[in-house]
Design a protein around this ligand. Structure first.
Ligand code: HEM
Length: 403
């Protein structure tokens, strides 16, 4: 495999994000800042080395908005473009406000409250899967539909303060909003979601609780009026940022472990002792596929000898960075005992994932509980027959298992 002067077209023509490693190795060595064409046909730079990606994520000369918004490359779907637009100054001010409003939601106290709830949810999903398996042909059940998919949205409901009875309605709305194939319906769903959240906020005003909507009501009670649009935007942002990402880490993590019996046995022998390191290794190797974090240059800058001009789009590949041999020994090996523990799976710098502690809590509870309760777990389908998408978040759509 070699890199030519031609622009590479994203997404790469590879069916499976787990197969991108050799291409990344060539890029990191020969063209660590390489010209690519985005799925929408616009030019961008793909950055693949760990040190570059980390440095650029912390570099204030880059921003998530284009210095001249009308000229921005459109990297992929609407969900990714949903972020702030406008000048860098507006972006920075909006961003600081967003982080401030969401800070109480991820405090240590809230995380403790959520931990018990996550454990109850995981145990409930596993109880249902165990019952389902007894009647299922061949004893095969789908861990994606029965655990990985429903868990993160149920947790976000608790985080926001959506009552349990409304969860199903909320989940259906969020799925419709996220559907890239049904533009009109996605808009209708967004309007319905707004209406629902507005009603919820009215209720929290009268009876606040330990949740995001109540935080927002409290934070804004001194202002002239409650900004319902901002609340809806923040909640949609949390859903997009925290749902599929977590679903896919559960799915990929399960694949990593069940296709490496020694790792799975190690975890079942000592779930409490091994789960944290196992989750960090899942986060390292299970990073999103061939797309990455989008940034725009706000001044001309030099990256590895390549001149990047003001307004250029950069795609910072977390997946490539997390597999960089100069940052990790045996970078492609799944090894929770490795010495280098830092990774870029939750980003870095000003936009570092605000939900990282919650995501870690979910992943640790999922894998520790699976190892404890279902030590004989195994895939019921060959891994080559499973579809592993190359989407921005990357993941599986089914996980047939038995035990
Ligand atoms: C930001 C990954 C779970 C909320 C980010 C970023 C990454 C990331 C890479 C940085 C984006 C950038 O720099 O442009 C993940 C992964 C998750 C996860 C892999 C699951 C394993 C969650 C959860 C929530 C959440 C559960 C909340 C419910 C956010 C928010 C941001 C963010 C609000 C934007 C932060 C900012 O712009 O300052 N996440 N995330 N994430 N994440 Fe997560």
């Amino acid at each position: 495999m070699s890199v030519t002067d031609e622009r590479l077209q994203l997404p790469f023509e590879r069916p499976n994000i787990l197969e991108l490693a050799p291409l990344y190795e060539v890029l990191r060595r020969q063209a660590p800042v390489t010209p690519v064409t985005t799925p929408a046909g616009d030019p961008a730079w793909l950055v693949t080395r760990f040190d570059d990606v980390r440095a650029l994520l912390g570099d204030k000369r880059l921003g998530r908005s284009h210095p001249e918004p009308e000229r921005a490359s459109r990297i992929t779907t609407a969900a990714v473009q949903d972020g702030p637009t406008g000048s860098y100054a507006t972006e920075a001010a909006d961003h600081a406000r967003m982080r401030r409003l969401l800070t109480p939601a991820f405090s240590a106290k809230r995380m403790r409250l959520l931990t018990d709830h996550v454990q109850d949810l995981v145990d409930g999903y596993l109880d249902r899967l165990v019952a389902e398996r007894a009647a299922a042909p061949g004893g095969v059940v789908d861990l994606h539909a029965g655990l990985a998919f429903p868990l993160p949205v149920a947790v976000i409901c608790r985080l926001l303060g959506v009552p349990e009875d409304d969860r199903e309605h909320f989940r259906a709305l969020s799925e419709r909003m996220a559907s890239y194939t049904s533009g009109d319906d996605a808009h209708r769903a967004r309007a319905e979601f707004s209406g629902y959240m507005t009603g919820l906020a009215e209720g929290k005003r009268a009876e606040p609780g330990e949740d995001v909507i109540s935080d927002l009501v409290r934070a804004q009670s001194d202002d002239e009026g409650f900004d319902y649009n901002e609340m809806v935007r923040l909640c949609v942002g949390l859903l997009f940022a925290g749902h599929e990402t977590t679903v896919n880490r559960i799915g990929l993590g399960t694949l990593f472990l069940l296709t490496r019996p020694d790792q799975w046995q190690g975890l079942t022998a000592d779930p409490a002792g091994r789960v944290n390191a196992t989750v960090e290794e899942i986060m390292r190797l299970g990073a999103p596929g061939d797309l990455g974090l989008l940034r725009y240059a706000h001044t001309d800058l030099d990256v590895d000898g390549v001149t990047v001009h003001r307004g250029d789009a950069l795609i910072l590949s977390i997946n490539a960075a997390n597999r960089d041999r100069s940052a990790y020994a045996d970078a492609e090996t799944f090894d929770p005992d490795r010495a280098e523990r830092a990774h870029l799976g939750f980003g870095h710098g000003a936009h570092f994932c605000i939900g990282a502690s919650l995501a870690r809590t979910e992943l640790r509870i999922v894998f520790a509980t699976l190892a404890r309760r279902l030590p004989g777990l195994r895939l019921a389908k060959d891994i080559d027959d499973l579809e592993v998408r190359t989407t921005i978040t990357g993941g599986v759509t089914e996980l047939p298992v038995t035990w």
